[in-house]
Design a protein around this ligand. Sequence first.
Ligand SMILES: [Zn+2]
Length: 1027
Amino acid sequence: MKLYVIFILSILFCMSDARPKSTQKNVKATCGYESCHPTRRDILNVHIVPHTHDDVGWLKTIDQYYYGSRTLIQKAGVQYIIDSVIDELLKDPVRRFVYVESSFFEKWWLEQSVQRQDQVRELVSEGRLEFAGGAWSMNDEAAVHYHSVVDQLTWGLRLLNDTFGECGLPKSGWQIDPFGHSRELANLWAAAGFDGLLIGRIDYQDKSRRIKEQEAEMMWRGSDDLGTESDILTGAMYNTYSPPPGFCFDILCADDPIIDDVNSPDYNVDKMVDKFVSYVSNAAKGYKSNNLIITMGGDFTYQDALVWYKNLDKLIKYVNERQTNMTLLYSTPGCYIKALHDSNTEWPTKQDDFFPYASDPHAFWTGYFTSRPNSKFYERRGNNFLQVCKQLFAQTKAGDPDQSKLYPLRSAMGIMQHHDAITGTEKQHVTNDYHRILENGIQSCLSVANDALNDIMASPTKLNFTLCQLNMTQCDVSENSNAFVVTVYNPLCQPISNYIRLPVIGTDYVVMNAAGIPLPTQMVPLSQTLVSQLKNRESNATHEIIFKADQVPPLGFRSYYVLKNTSSDAFVSEFKKIEKDESSTKADMIAIENENIQVSVDSSTGLVSKITLKNLGNAEVPLTQDILYYNGMKGNNSIFANRASGAYIFRPDGDKPEVGETIRENMILKGPIVQELHQRINNWISQVVRVYSQDNHVEFEWLVGPIPIEDGIGKEVISRFSSNLNTDSTFYTDSNGRQLLKRILNKRPTWDLELEEPISGNYYPVTSMISIKDTTSNRELYVVNDRAQGGSSLKDGEVELMVHRRLLHDDAFGVEEALNETINGVGIVARGSHYLVIGNTDESEPPAVYSRQLALKKLLQTQTFLAPANGLSLTQWLENNNTFTGVLSNMPDNVHMLTLEPWKDKSLLLRLEHYLQKTDDPANLSKPVTVDLEEILPGLKIKSIKETTLGGNQWKDEAKRLQWKASKNMDESFNDIYHKTCPETKSEEVSKNKSTLRDHISNLSKNGKKFEITLSPMEIRTFVLDI
Ligand SMILES: [Zn+2]
């Protein structure tokens, strides 16, 4: 039954509790730009910005950092930092401080007395304590997926908004430590309403050119699809985020304080002022305006803030007394951005990204794109489950004020985005702690999901659903129950069909659907290779049962009942070994296939040799794929040339990856649901190549490890696809799971690259896909992955992705451990999938669209819940609600529902996204799309709806960003103009540029009955729904 939903579009209704006001009493708010110290137009303004950089885990765990334990690892205690800074700020209203990591701040805040909280509110309301960034952690920018970045930004900004109201609103992004910067993040920061973004690490060659040409501050366009509204003023800071040499006034530093007793033999004011003025004068030459930011702080500084402020007070006083051509002032990132704005400068433009990041000729920070592959996978599954959990809560408990069970996973996912968490650049004991935190979050959410599923199913026997370790092919419920229930939940907003694989013992199983009808099943035996290679697996399974969960409704589920020891019609597949001598005949090509695609294997090499596209007139694409490895460079890091490959750095020893010793045993199995080629490459590398019925892609499921190190050499393992596509040294990688950016071998868009590391210097982050295009035809090849990895195309027609790495040396960037992950002394094993898509751009479903949809299906997979039937008979089970259509009806194919979660009181947060780029399918799905919320959310009684900025902390119609001047017009498309030969820049007209700005509010309801939302390509829109 369709529910009636009445939309009352009134500002009155929108002034709901969705955005609580600050509880602060009668303090006149002068926060924001009003609170900035004045600057001068005639001389250089030196913005002294006191700050601390508090990693949410790195060398120590989060709690060790917060409380300050394990001081022998690092002397760092966040609780002391905030305590100490607040004391010092209260002493003098002139002083300023910026805090960044909301997860730490929350922990501290909850421990404070009401009186202390009031003091802090006063500091914030007067702009003396400012928040920058404000997300749960300072996220990485290469390995993170935008979905989780948006979530953790929202979660951090919500805390600040709930606690401080308008004054808790950060004005500036503050990404001072991430190892390179992504274009999509620039887009997201702009959408979140930030007026500017300050960054620390960019390539050393890029930096030196930018300083020389006064281009270290620029207008950065985050998205060519979105145009002007994605522009953000971005500044790369002179000394990363450190103080000038000699001016670190911290108890952790060895620099001298300012000694101003003229009678003291150590009097140093003149010397210190000279040194500072000289440093700043030189640095200022690299920047266009008469403002310069000087960061005064570093990692875990300000545990004794008195030491800093006492000396900074003096520094400011004595430099200003000198009456040079500069004035020093206490400032914040927000005030610095405002001063840049007010300087009326015209800024250079940028449209590409800041990857890869190199800090010297042999240090390309491209190893962390892949480091700790299992953590990266686990994090991705954490996001998958968090969305499922939030959706189920929103659908069954909307309005319930107690969201405490969601908290642990929301927080855990925020922590996982940190630039030493998802990156894999932390110490091993910290990794273990991240996994503990994530697992706690998942278990807490599992109880939410269990309640929701049981509520909806109305089962007479409560079912106790669990999540199985299907990545380990082990599952207690499916292996050890004579009857069990499988519930497949679909978190996407379109119906999804998916193949479910469950480990079982024997082959006598029947799967019933909600109508009590047995489904077609296929039994696939577990290979000995898999069983022997997957260390630490606890399972007696002999087979996997495979069935299709067909057309699972959006935000809904289908349940299945599985019975053991029942006469079964299952198709039992058996392995057939491929003999090498089969190559002697002409018919040596052995193939696996489905209706759309055929994968041929050359039995003489054991490699895939050709893909036949049946629905493209049997077009043949010669293609081989293999798994190889680079030897990791050994080195003592004493000089640049001795840099070792490590957790951050990828530095192969030699130009070519090795094959190593191989066994190359191939087995094949076929059945009505899936056909598989099992390749055993050697004792530690194997792979299953498979095509499921009806799919238009080929899955390559790699299994790598334990990587042998007995030869004393670390190894970095890649999967390489080699095709006959003419690709002109060009390839494309996604930016955080969204837009694709063009990459050209041995080249950078904005400077003449000098490259001494030809392999690692051509690696880029691949968060969801990498692609190549044939220059002489309309053929394209995509590889979609299941976690962040590093990737490249080092030769025409090739694509490679790094899947696993095990190294024996530290790369000397602070972690002081080799990336040598073990369990019980044995190297870890990593398992994952690549999905190969090949097609022509003129197909009805272009490969770009298919790949993006596939990437979404892999990101937000159907969630498989299993429960023992627990006495619930099949007949009883059939009485349950075993098919559930969620609150949502089908969305158009180009719309993704990014977020549906319980918000505050009786409200929900909804995000809709057009997930295609303009160029993906210009004639069809890449066009703007309009959805009517009344039609797509019939299951919610919505009273009102109002749009917010991306972070959910400002009403869209109240959010006003500063407007800037660029020195030239942006190009219409970076990908179009970035060629090997120097392109003639094609510029769009300024007027055209402006016309892309859309008035979001005008797109809302016209007549009070309909609620239509229009989305342009790549646009995300965020709404608070009152229910
Ligand atoms: Zn850091």
